[in-house]
Design a binder for this molecule. Sequence first.
Ligand code: NAD
Length: 474
Amino acid sequence: MHEEPHVYIDGAWVSPATPAWIETRSAITGEVHGRVPACSEQELQQALAAAQRAAPGWAATAPAQRSRYLAKIADLLAEQRDALARLVSSEVGMPYKLSARIQIDVPVQAWRAFATLATEYPFETRHGNSLIVREPMGVAACITPWNYPLHQVTGKVAAALAAGCTVVLKPSEVAPLSAFALCRAVHEAGLPPGVLNMVTGDGRVLGEALVSAAEVDVVSFTGSTAVGRRVMELASRSIKRVALELGGKSAAVVLDDADLALVVRRTVTACFLNSGQTCSALTRLLIPQDRYEEARELAARAAATFLVGDPFQPETRMGPLASAKQLERARALVEQGLAEGAELVAGGPQTPPGCGGGYFMQPTVLGRVAPDATIAQVEVFGPVLSIITFRDEEEAIRIANGTRYGLAASVWSADAQRALSVARRLKAGQVEVNGAPFNETAPFGGYRESGIGRENGRFGLETFLEVKSIQLPA
Ligand code: NAD
């Protein structure tokens, strides 16, 4: 049982004035495995006041000094790699061997990358007779989801701190535990009090109060499109800057000359990563219509290699989903997909054999999915791949762009130039050509209802910077 009785405010661990708890459940057993405070407005006010008090001092701290703090935090997190990976695997369900690399190493690298960026970023430049100054916006509100909990907190908090903003963080109530470990690292690294503050609690109550607070200068939110819309509406009342990283329904576009066996294997793997609980998951496989039967067989074979089970067993390739709510939603969408005419290629809505207790689902592939079917339009956030066929390249691009989202995509062709020209026409914030690797410091974010703004690297830092032109006499 992981019990966290305090939240982190103004450099100290604080007991909420009115004790109330939020319980967290193990994805593996469904049982309560942790509890964290359900904060009230009172703790939020304390956190906001502390962040506001600390803002001028942190903004005035030299970027090189901010960088040293960030690098120290990276070191402290890296020392806890194993414990943190275990924690995230039991909260979210990702196989432990992947959690260590993806859920912990990637955010540690991101802390280091922001430490470097703080020293290299041109905070002041000249433009004609003007001095262009990029200064920290002030207090940042950071609200994060549960699927890559430490990674998402890092994408916001490390960027905000590197930029010179102070932060009030509200992590997801489904997977909050790694954020406590981060606050401990921040404390041990010796960051001045009030630079990072964390409150935990229900999104609708605490999240809305945080977004609406007069003390907040910029809101960075990652989560569902529905909540993102609400966040933007609340922030608009005081014209706050908002950065939104929202949902997706990303397509893998397989051109007729691609190596189908390779593409299908890679796309199935990408779709089922973290049990499909990845915002940029490639959940629509777009195949030339005359290659459907071949793709169907390959996808069924690839899905069969995803042994579902306890994330701590070495043979497990797919763990459970993070919550009962998530599991119910994913199953219902599979049922709806079948009712709307899709063919069941692998898996299905039933519980996988031998998996009781937690939130387990079969890796599922649906075939002959119509491009406008619900399952092809709505984000599932579970291990469900839809195979959709197209007649020609033009139709493939139209289908790929034919959802309200625009987060990610991949394009596959034996001709790299052809793949690149299709990549240029896709309305998505990041597009992989022929399975090229993820770049942690390249901008990440969405077109259309997948969001506003970009995270990571220089673009992520700039979310937290205001621009001032100072005209100088000749
Ligand atoms: P969610 O929208 O339910 O919650 C996200 C966060 O917002 C949580 O901390 C929650 O407490 C808070 N929240 C809830 N209601 C709120 C409100 N009314 N006002 C303010 N805050 C509120 O999302 P989730 O279920 O935690 O995460 C899954 C979603 O996140 C998926 O849609 C996924 O695509 C998206 N996501 C996007 C990205 C990206 O980078 N684009 C990354 C990861 C997840």
